[in-house]
Design a protein around this ligand. Sequence first.
Ligand code: ATP
Ligand code: MG
Length: 325
Amino acid sequence: MTEFKTPIKGTVNMNFNDKITIPPSPFLNRLGYGTGVNVMQLVRSPRAGQIRSPWALKMLNKRVKPNKVYTDRLKAEADLLKRMSHPNIVGFRAFGNSKILYLGMEACDLSLGDMIEKRIEDDGEAFLPRQILKVAADIASALDYLHTKMQILHGDMKSYNILVNGDFVTCKLCDFGVTLPLDENGVFEKSRSGKSVYFGTEAWSAPEVIHGGQICDKTDIWPLGLTLWEMMALMPPHTQVEDDDDSYMENSVQCLDDLDESIDEYFSDKYGTRPAVPINISEKVYAHPLALFYCCTESMSAMRPSAHHLAIAAHDMLEQCQKGN
Ligand SMILES: Nc1ncnc2c1ncn2[C@@H]1O[C@H](COP(=O)(O)OP(=O)(O)OP(=O)(O)O)[C@@H](O)[C@H]1O
Ligand SMILES: [Mg+2]
């Protein structure tokens, strides 16, 4: 899914010492990859008879030319992760800055994006309401902490930046490489951010990002709504051609380049809009996940719930859902 990688920007600096020995990459399992980075699993041998949990190491991709933007991004992410502690935010473990640049984190099972892709290959059934509500509750709780305690906008909410353990036992937010500072009112503080602008992945971006408008804490709520939609539709937002819509093929195209452009335009025209509920989703069975999806994807940011209110609502719905089973 390289087309859904986060674009690039620049940021801060930091310095720590190497704390671990990293085996050569062929001995490491790849957990995932991103813009100029690989995330590898480091299995740690037992110490003093105790089993030690594996780590996830985010490292620059050797095949990509050394690039200050990627380096600075990883350093900034490590700097921020180190300062945070929340059950729904991936845990910081180490940062190495000498021979190899790496960010060590707690290892989780899979990203939600990878789970969605796997689901399409398996049974193709939408995720269950309780699984969607658990993602909403856990990630809204992480965003509440990020927005209010840390005064930071995640800036790249999407299924690939949510990590899941087991059958949605815990969901954790990851990928803090393109965050932005917020003021005490939850508004993006341009003066504190240098040249930084919102760099999240376009298909998930809120209308205020696509059309230009005030970026604030609610700018993370829109893509969370789209992430809940992804769990019902099993596809990234705005990648679906409507059955009765052949406008993207109109003006009979002369060469493949034109076709590419017209398809790109067809999809990008939809960015910043609320996608339709997939036809196979029952309004009754999915009433709660749909209610959250609708309120998160209000086009006016002020109409969207805060992460705090969203977390409370999702927890309540989850409880009701579990009582009903
Ligand atoms: N702690 C972790 N445990 C397990 N898998 C992880 C962990 N951190 C990252 N991953 C996997 O690696 C992928 C890439 O990591 P991450 O999103 O942090 O990189 P990125 O360069 O910032 O990505 P992108 O450009 O797509 O935003 C994730 O989507 C996930 O699949
Ligand atoms: Mg990512």
